[in-house]
Design a protein around this ligand. Sequence first.
Ligand code: FAD
Ligand code: NAP
Length: 374
Amino acid sequence: MASAAVTAAVILPSSKSSPLLSSRASSICISSAESSVAFQRARPGRSAASSANGGRLASSVRAQVTTTSTEAPVKVEKVSKKNEEGVVTNKYKPKSPYIGRCLLNTRITGDDAPGETWHMVFSTEGELPYREGQSVGVIPDGIDKNGKPHKLRLYSIASSALGDFGDSKTVSLCVKRLVYTNDQGEIVKGVCSNFLCDLKPGADVKLTGPVGKEMLMPKDPNATIIMLGTGTGIAPFRSFLWKMFFEKHEDYKFNGLAWLFLGVPTSSSLLYKEEFEKMKEKAPDNFRLDFAVSREQTNEKGEKMYIQTRMAQYAEELWELLKKDDTYVYMCGLKGMEKGIDDIMVSLAAKDGIDWTTYKKELKRAEQWNVEVY
Ligand SMILES: Cc1cc2nc3c(=O)[nH]c(=O)nc-3n(C[C@H](O)[C@H](O)[C@H](O)COP(=O)(O)OP(=O)(O)OC[C@H]3O[C@@H](n4cnc5c(N)ncnc54)[C@H](O)[C@@H]3O)c2cc1C
Ligand SMILES: NC(=O)c1ccc[n+]([C@@H]2O[C@H](COP(=O)([O-])OP(=O)(O)OC[C@H]3O[C@@H](n4cnc5c(N)ncnc54)[C@H](OP(=O)(O)O)[C@@H]3O)[C@@H](O)[C@H]2O)c1
């Protein structure tokens, strides 16, 4: 990995950090922080998130591929990021997992949010090298109802390759606690998400991987990167955005356009909002940020503000961006969002006489349409 410096650091809430970690982390904050980001609970009652940029578009963004109204723009063949050198996969398998240690675990949704989401950091000592966009497996402690060890669950990595402390020795996750009522009216707790959200600093955790190449970032530092996330689907985008805006790399200086759409139920469940606002302050021409707060916001027709509803407000702009061969779309989170986004794209493409299904296939082939939904 090329040398890099972190210009933002994590401030740990003192009540939740272990003594061991507090001393280590605070020295990191002092020595490397240009600006700092605190993991604070979203405060209930704060104003609802709104579209942060009011339709402003960086002047450098222009469609580079023009098209007649009847044919889809031709995509340029590129070298596959999936063959990128140095991307590690499956270093640790379920039979011999890496044992990481929980360094920090903090709730990042407000008390009145529907459900709990936690941000957690695990030590890797550099032994579990990963890239932005990959996932890790977690094997929860304990046994299942058949007396067998639990199976692993996958989690998108929420930290950049350098990790939250900038030393390439940690990996962070963003985990929603799964709790639901079954058909018999019983409350059921998801095994792994509850195991993770309840972890205390100092606890060991079995990690596998890293896995996944679908969500790897494009190498081009001048690309347009459109990120569509719902809930904890924000994880890979936090990882991208830290690399783009909080870190200094010898071989990568982002100078394109990053546009994040994040869909959450309430303003108290807006994840990493302060971090993203800090990024916007640092790079207003390179970062656009739009929230869709489904249970608090509506569009002009009074419809629920889902991520695709917010995107529809920028439909023409998004479609123009999608005609450029250096625009990359990434989608992560709830499965349902994929259809909603397809629906708006169908009508946009149709206006240009383009069949969206065919066009999307081309985008996928060119690795410009990347989806990891669950
Ligand atoms: C590539 C990938 C990345 C992921 N990244 C993340 C991430 O970053 N953060 C994150 O929080 N999650 C992520 N997930 C989801 C994660 O892997 C787990 O599926 C999730 O945490 C639930 O696991 P669990 O062990 O808590 O639940 P389990 O004990 O496995 O229970 C889940 C099961 O409960 C049942 N169930 C769930 N909800 C209901 C309901 N409402 N009604 C009835 N039955 C229900 C279903 O049968 C479901 O399969 C990711 C998944 C994938 C595939
Ligand atoms: N790589 C992956 O595969 C990956 C990575 C991370 C997370 N995940 C999964 O993604 C999901 C995220 O859940 P979460 O609980 O964290 O999210 P959440 O906080 O509940 O937020 C999800 C948001 O999406 C909205 N939504 C619901 N249906 C939608 C639809 N059809 N189209 C668009 N938006 C819709 C919700 O609105 P309402 O609730 O108001 O209807 C809510 O605003 C989980 O299932 C998690 O396991 C997968």
